[in-house]
Design a binder for this molecule. Structure first.
Ligand SMILES: [Zn+2]
Length: 234
C-alpha cells in the first residue's frame, strides 16, 4: 500500500521528470524546427504549396528522429542500469558480508551511528537485499527507471502535436501572409510551452519562458534570412 504523502496538494516535481523532460523538449523542437522550416521556405517563395509540403515533411521527419533519438539514448541508459543491477545481484551472492558492510557504510555516511547503520542494513537486507542496494547504493528508483518506449512515444507525440500548430497556421493563413502569421503563432506557442515547462518543473517562470521564446525567434530569423537569400537567387 503506497505511503500517504505528507503534502498531497503539493507533489514533488521529481516524480514527473522523466517523461516531462522528453515531452517539453519534443514540443519545443516541434515548434522551432517546423516553424523555421516553413518560414525559410515562405521567405524563398510566396506560394503556399511548397511551404505546406515542407511543413508536413518537416513534421514527419522531425517526429521520427526525435522518437528514434530518445529511444536510443534512454535504451542505453536502461542497459547500463540493468548491467549495474546484475553486478549488484552477483556481488550479493559472491560476497554478502562485504555488501552488508558497504550498505551500512552508506547509512553511516548519511548520519546514522555505526550501530544503527548496521542494524538498518541488516533489517533491509533481510527483507530485500537487492532492492536496498539498487535504491541506496546505485540510487535507482522505480519511478525514475529508464523507459525507452515511453520516452520515445512522449517525445514523438509531443513533437508532432506542437509542430502541427505552425503547420495549421500556415495552412489557414491568408495568401501572402504565411510568414507573419506563422511567426506570431509560433512565438505565442513557445511562450505557452516555456511557461508550462517552468510551471511543471518548478523553475522561475519568466526566465524559462524568455529563454524558450528567445531561441525560437533566433532560429526563425536565421532560416528566414537564408530562405530570402534563396528567394532572391531563384
Ligand atoms: Zn552493493
Amino acid at each position: 500500500m503506497p505511503r500517504p504523502s505528507a503534502h498531497p496538494d503539493d507533489p514533488h516535481y521529481v516524480h514527473r521528470t522523466g517523461w516531462l523532460r522528453a515531452a517539453v523538449l519534443g514540443a519545443n523542437d516541434g515548434v522551432v524546427s517546423v516553424s523555421s522550416l516553413i518560414i525559410g521556405v515562405a521567405a524563398a517563395t510566396p506560394e503556399a504549396g511548397p511551404v505546406l509540403v515542407a511543413g508536413v515533411a518537416g513534421l514527419v521527419a522531425g517526429a521520427m528522429s526525435m522518437a528514434a533519438g530518445e529511444f536510443i539514448s534512454v535504451s542505453s541508459q536502461a542497459d547500463s542500469e540493468a548491467a549495474d543491477i546484475r553486478r549488484e545481484q552477483q556481488a550479493l551472492v559472491d560476497m554478502p558480508e562485504h555488501e552488508l558492510q558497504e550498505l551500512a557504510a552508506i547509512y553511516e555516511g548519511r548520519g546514522l551511528t555505526p550501530q544503527t547503520a548496521l542494524t538498518v542494513a541488516r533489517e533491509l537486507s533481510a527483507k530485500d537485499p537487492l532492492g536496498a542496494h539498487v535504491r541506496d547504493e546505485l540510487g535507482l528508483a522505480e519511478h525514475l527507471a529508464a523507459r525507452p518506449l515511453q520516452a520515445a512515444m512522449a517525445s514523438g507525440a509531443t513533437f508532432s502535436a506542437a509542430a502541427a500548430i505552425p503547420l495549421v497556421a500556415a495552412w489557414l493563413a491568408p495568401a501572402g501572409a504565411i510568414l507573419p502569421v506563422v511567426v506570431a503563432v509560433s512565438i505565442i506557442t513557445l511562450a505557452v510551452l516555456g511557461a508550462l515547462g517552468a510551471k511543471a518543473g518548478g523553475a522561475p517562470l519568466l526566465r524559462a519562458t524568455l529563454r524558450v521564446v528567445g531561441w525560437g525567434i533566433f532560429a526563425m530569423a536565421v532560416t528566414a534570412a537564408i530562405g530570402s537569400l534563396f528567394g532572391v537567387s531563384v
